[in-house]
Ligand binder design. Structure first.
Ligand SMILES: NC(=O)c1ccc[n+]([C@@H]2O[C@H](COP(=O)([O-])OP(=O)(O)OC[C@H]3O[C@@H](n4cnc5c(N)ncnc54)[C@H](OP(=O)(O)O)[C@@H]3O)[C@@H](O)[C@H]2O)c1
Length: 283
């Protein structure tokens, strides 16, 4: 297989940084992007091309950056929409602006980057779009509504996008990590608003303590997740000879919580089936 050209958002840390290492190790080309270029200078030393890209920039500015990216190797084969952050806080404690910022990065930023790359993929009738979603794209945990909302939104948008673009020869993959050891929950990256509302005080303080304990103690290995994602895109390793699903949950926690949610949903459909199905207008 000829080397692929990958474009990754959010390479200054976590999965993004690991993608660059793993892609180069497999002999592919990578254009690493980050909103602060100096934070990925070390990746250039390793052989990556680097570009500044804040996914909350205007559509025209992102279009220009993607055009520059395509011109580096003459094409992009795989886009990895990885950049995001997590906003913690209850619905009442978060300000409207907090909600907008969460969606501006995790949803609208991702849409803008994808819109910029899609004409190139359509023109070539090929290409692969990887979206780093989350267990939070399936389950809304307490004080996690903004983040879960952004990932639920992404799931629906990408499911529709897959239906629109699969017939054009473009592949789509939703990676759904459970808890992996990156800097997502570290103080510089995570935004958290402890509750000021007495009714939520106990839950909120337990949540903050739990997240502090979880930071850098998550069970998931980012390298394993990235290597599996590369296998899925390239049809190698664990993916060799297998049909690739749209969604790939990863991690024991993710597998268990998804199963519980699916079983609960099936139980409701069964127990309430006669009510659920008896809603048509009488003919
Ligand atoms: N780790 C987990 O347990 C987990 C679980 C489920 C899903 N995820 C998802 O995995 C993806 C990567 O996160 P991570 O776990 O690797 O966390 P991370 O270590 O905090 O990395 C997040 C990256 O996103 C970048 N970023 C944030 N806002 C950006 C913007 N506006 N423009 C460009 N880059 C931006 C950050 O760059 P700066 O350095 O500039 O802030 C950073 O490089 C995210 O989509 C996250 O939601 C992670």
């Amino acid at each position: 297989m000829a080397p692929l050209v990958w474009l990754i958002t959010g390479c200054s840390s976590g999965f993004g940084q690991q993608f660059v290492h793993s892609i180069l190790a497999r002999g592919d080309k990578v254009i690493a992007t980050a909103r602060t270029l100096s934070r990925i200078a070390h990746l250039e030393q390793l052989g990556a091309s680097t570009l500044q890209l804040d996914i909350t920039s205007s559509q025209s500015s992102i279009d220009a950056t993607i055009a520059k990216a395509i011109s580096i190797y003459g094409r992009v084969d795989v886009l990895v929409n990885n950049a995001a952050f997590i906003q913690i806080g209850t619905l009442e404690d978060l300000q409207y602006e907090d909600w907008v910022k969460q969606f501006d990065t995790n949803v609208f930023g991702t849409i803008k980057v994808t819109k910029a790359v899609l004409p190139h993929f359509r023109e070539r009738k090929s290409g692969c779009m990887v979206f780093i979603s989350s267990l939070s794209g399936w389950v809304g945990h307490d004080a996690c509504g903004a983040y879960a909302g952004s990932k639920f939104a992404l799931e629906g948008i990408v499911e529709a996008l897959n239906r629109e673009t699969a017939p054009l020869g473009i592949k789509t993959l939703l990676i759904e990590p459970g808890r992996f050891r990156t800097n997502l929950l570290s103080s510089g990256n995570m935004k958290a608003v402890p509750s000021r509302i007495p009714d939520y005080a106990d839950m909120s303080s337990e949540k903050m303590k739990g997240l502090a304990k979880e930071d850098q103690a998550q069970p998931g290995d980012p390298k394993k997740l990235v290597e599996i994602t590369l296998d899925l895109v390239k049809g190698e390793g664990v993916a060799e000879g297998r049909e690739i699903p749209l969604r790939m949950p990863l991690g024991i926690d993710c597998a268990d919580e998804l199963r519980t949610k699916c079983e609960e949903t099936l139980r409701v459909l069964e127990e309430w089936g006669s009510v659920i199905r008896d809603t048509d207008l009488q003919r």
